[in-house]
Structure formats: structure tokens, C-alpha cells
Design a protein around this ligand. Structure first.
Ligand SMILES: Nc1ncnc2c1ncn2[C@@H]1O[C@H](COP(=O)(O)OP(=O)(O)OP(=O)(O)O)[C@@H](O)[C@H]1O
Ligand SMILES: [Mg+2]
Length: 222
């Protein structure tokens, strides 16, 4: 067994990276019975802190393992754990200057797949464009060495505004494939740990399940 290594990442803050990481890790563990590890490399420690809240407030342990990790240890951490898990998610560190931010590049280079949450808006688009440049650099590096690397956008926090369509077109023009399914801007996705609300509820089935199905296909997870 060699784990799939996945990051939900973007340079832009607040677009849903951590939330989606937690939801997907939960869904893979619960629905697909996968052994999942979440490495929280972000010094905000949102995912890690949330797992503690989950235990204290919801009295529910996450169905995946979670650890905080300084990005400088990523190679060793993966070397020790790659064979022990089916999927490893990495929540990336905060980005400072794209081109020089070696810890983010280091972490992203370890991934097989990077999913980019895209949120409508001009500032979001500019930030995402910089991030895509970083990914293209990594893609080139990996291609020269014949190593698989996929990145794919998805629209998050979709609402009725026409800016959503513009955001999708913008990403395509930047040469980034977009997932067919998007996630709407609803409260359902703000409490990611509550399994029943996302995976078992009627709303969850309608809104999350098609996205999850496409995610599995994209990441070639059976
Ligand atoms: N589809 C969605 N619908 C509604 N709210 C969402 C959705 N996705 C994320 N959010 C909310 O957006 C906020 C930011 O999400 P999150 O912390 O996951 O973003 P992030 O990209 O990890 O941020 P940071 O850059 O600070 O790490 C949170 O309050 C979260 O609950
Ligand atoms: Mg985060």
C-alpha cells in the first residue's frame, strides 16, 4: 500500500481549504473505510484544533488520524507513513511570497493531486492565478522526472451571482481543469465534522455526494 497524497490548496486565505480537507478525510474514512492521515502543516493549526473541539463539543473522535507537522519534516513523515495509510491529506502552510515560499513548494511537490478551491471575486482570482503559476512550476519539475501530478480546481461557496461562472472561465483560461461539481455556499459545509449532516442528511446527499463521487474518480480512489 502506498498512500495517495492529496492537498486542498490555494494561496488565497479563507477559500475553504481546511474545511474541505476535513470533510473529504471524514467521508473517505466513513464512507469508503479508508485509512486516512491528515497532516496539519499550517501553523494556524485549524484542522488540529477543530479535531479537539470535535472531541470536546460533539463528543465525536475524527474517523481519521491527525497530526500537526512542521513542513521541514514532510519528507521523513511521508517516508515513515506512506505504507500505513490509503490517503494522506496535507493542509499546507500559509503562503508568503509564492515564488520564494520554499516550505509550501516542498509540501505541494510531495502531492499526487492538488485540489484548488476557487471562490468568485477579483482578489481571489489574482491570488489563485499566482498559485497556479507555482503549480505549473511543480508540474514541469515532475514531468521531467516522469512523476504523476494532477491539479484541478473546483468552485466553492457557489451562490447565485454570475461571478461564479466568470471564476470558472478564468481558471480554464489559466489552463486549469475544473471539476464538474461545485459546492454551494451553505451552512452545511461550515460544521465539517458532523458526519450525519454532510453524508447522511438529505441536503448533504444532494449537495456533497456528487462532488465526492467526482473526487473519488479524479483521485482514482476505489
Ligand atoms: N462551501 C462552503 N459554504 C459555506 N461556508 C464555507 C464553505 N466552505 C468553507 N466555508 C467557510 O469559510 C470559512 C473559511 O474556511 P477555511 O478555514 O476552511 O478556509 P481556509 O482556506 O482553510 O482558510 P485559511 O487560509 O485561513 O487556512 C470557514 O468559516 C468555513 O466554515
Ligand atoms: Mg486553513
Amino acid at each position: 500500500m502506498s498512500a495517495r497524497i492529496i492537498s486542498v490548496a490555494n494561496r488565497k486565505g479563507g477559500v475553504g481549504k481546511t474545511t474541505l480537507t476535513i470533510i473529504l478525510a471524514t467521508a473517505l474514512a466513513k464512507e469508503k473505510k479508508k485509512k486516512v492521515l491528515l497532516l496539519d502543516c499550517d501553523n494556524q493549526r485549524s484542522a488540529f484544533d477543530y479535531s479537539n473541539i470535535q472531541k470536546q463539543v460533539y463528543d465525536e473522535s475524527p474517523p481519521y488520524e491527525i497530526r500537526t507537522l512542521h513542513p521541514k519534516y514532510i519528507y521523513d513523515e511521508l517516508r515513515f507513513n506512506k505504507d500505513k495509510y490509503d490517503v494522506i491529506f496535507i493542509d499546507i502552510p500559509r503562503m508568503t511570497d509564492d515564488s520564494k515560499d520554499s516550505s509550501v513548494i516542498q509540501v505541494l511537490t510531495c502531492c499526487d493531486t492538488v485540489l484548488i478551491p476557487v471562490v468568485a471575486g477579483n482578489l481571489e482570482a489574482l491570488s489563485t492565478r499566482d498559485f497556479v503559476k507555482t503549480l505549473k512550476g511543480i508540474e514541469e519539475f515532475k514531468k521531467e522526472r516522469n512523476i504523476q501530478f494532477n491539479y484541478l480546481g473546483f468552485l466553492n461557496k457557489r451562490n447565485r451571482r454570475k461571478e461564479n461562472e466568470e471564476a470558472i472561465e478564468f481558471m480554464k483560461a489559466e489552463g486549469v481543469s475544473m471539476m464538474n461539481n461545485s459546492l454551494s455556499d451553505v451552512k452545511l459545509f461550515t460544521t465539517p465534522s458532523v458526519y450525519e449532516s454532510i453524508l447522511d442528511s438529505k441536503e448533504g446527499k444532494e449537495r456533497f455526494k456528487p462532488f465526492f463521487k467526482e473526487f473519488l474518480k479524479t483521485c482514482k480512489i476505489k
